[in-house]
Design a protein around this ligand. Structure first.
Ligand code: ATP
Ligand code: MG
Length: 254
């Protein structure tokens, strides 16, 4: 039972925390996931907690790239499963990209709990854990033979840097959702969406609906000339400008 009043100025942010804490009680999120969420919150705060143009652009490119791919897969960890279960399932159906449960802190029981939780929302959820990605020692090496193992493009919300690197080495295109433009994941991905996952996935759903009838040529046009370094630069400049503005304007009035 959540006691956060709707008119609380930090309502949205506190609700996300509640969901992650609930997820912990259900055995879906882990304590480390709570800390990772806190790091994301900090970056969201200095970005102004909104989807900037550079994020919307990356979200659109990501959708087009998934639509152009032969075997796109959406990787889901504990935090993603509790923050956007319904939305990620809808995106999965729209893009014809199965969900695959993939966690850093691995146990078969935890993977099965996440799978069950997601299946309530009607998407196909892979969680067979019957293949391994060479070069990784932690739980995220364990993948499904029908999913990430053979995928050409992987959408990895809240990814860990190590695995992003390995996915790239295995020749896959990587789309990351990461509020920290400085993380190794953000730097290494082909497309980095610097936005909160709770806004990014609904935005991607809108783009997927808009582009549903687009031709291959139109999709290729969207993906062509996309420059991820520019996205990261714009994200960093936005943080810098926000902080400058706050230092110059807000502090004057207190
Ligand atoms: P890397 O290993 O890539 O250098 P990291 O070690 O800093 O990254 P991890 O703990 O591996 O971070 O992954 C968590 C990442 O997810 C963090 O960079 C954090 O900013 C981001 N993150 C957390 N919550 C959200 C959210 N709700 N939306 C988007 N990004 C988030
Ligand atoms: Mg990491």
């Amino acid at each position: 039972p959540c006691m956060i009043p709707k008119d609380h100025p930090r309502y949205e942010s506190l609700m996300m925390r509640e969901r992650i804490v609930e997820g912990y009680k259900m055995g879906i999120t882990v304590l480390q996931g709570l800390i990772a969420h806190g790091r994301g919150e900090m970056f969201d705060y200095v970005l102004g907690e909104k989807s900037h143009d550079f994020a919307l652009k990356a979200e659109k490119v990501a959708v087009a790239l998934m639509m152009l791919s032969k075997r796109p897969v959406i990787s889901v960890n504990g935090n993603t499963a509790v923050l956007v279960p319904e939305e990620i399932s809808e995106l999965s159906k729209l893009l014809n990209a199965p969900l695959e449960v993939n966690v850093f802190h691995f146990s078969k029981e935890r993977v099965d709990r996440i799978k069950k939780y997601l299946e309530r929302f009607g998407a196909e959820v892979l969680a067979n854990c019957d293949a391994e990605l060479n070069g990784l020692s932690h739980g995220r090496r364990i993948v499904d033979r029908r999913g990430i193992y053979v995928a050409d493009t992987v959408l990895v919300p809240l990814e860990d840097g190590d695995r992003c690197e390995i996915l790239k080495k295995h020749g896959k295109k990587v789309i990351a959702i990461d509020l920290n433009p400085l993380s190794r994941t953000a730097m290494m991905a082909d497309v980095t969406i610097v936005d909160n996952i709770v806004r990014a996935i609904p935005n991607m759903i809108k783009f997927a609906k808009k582009l549903r009838d687009a031709s291959r040529e139109e999709l290729e046009e969207i993906v062509k000339n996309y420059d991820n370094r520019k996205t990261l630069r714009l994200a960093l400049e936005t943080i810098r400008d926000n902080l400058t503005k706050i230092a110059e304007e807000k502090l004057r009035d207190i």
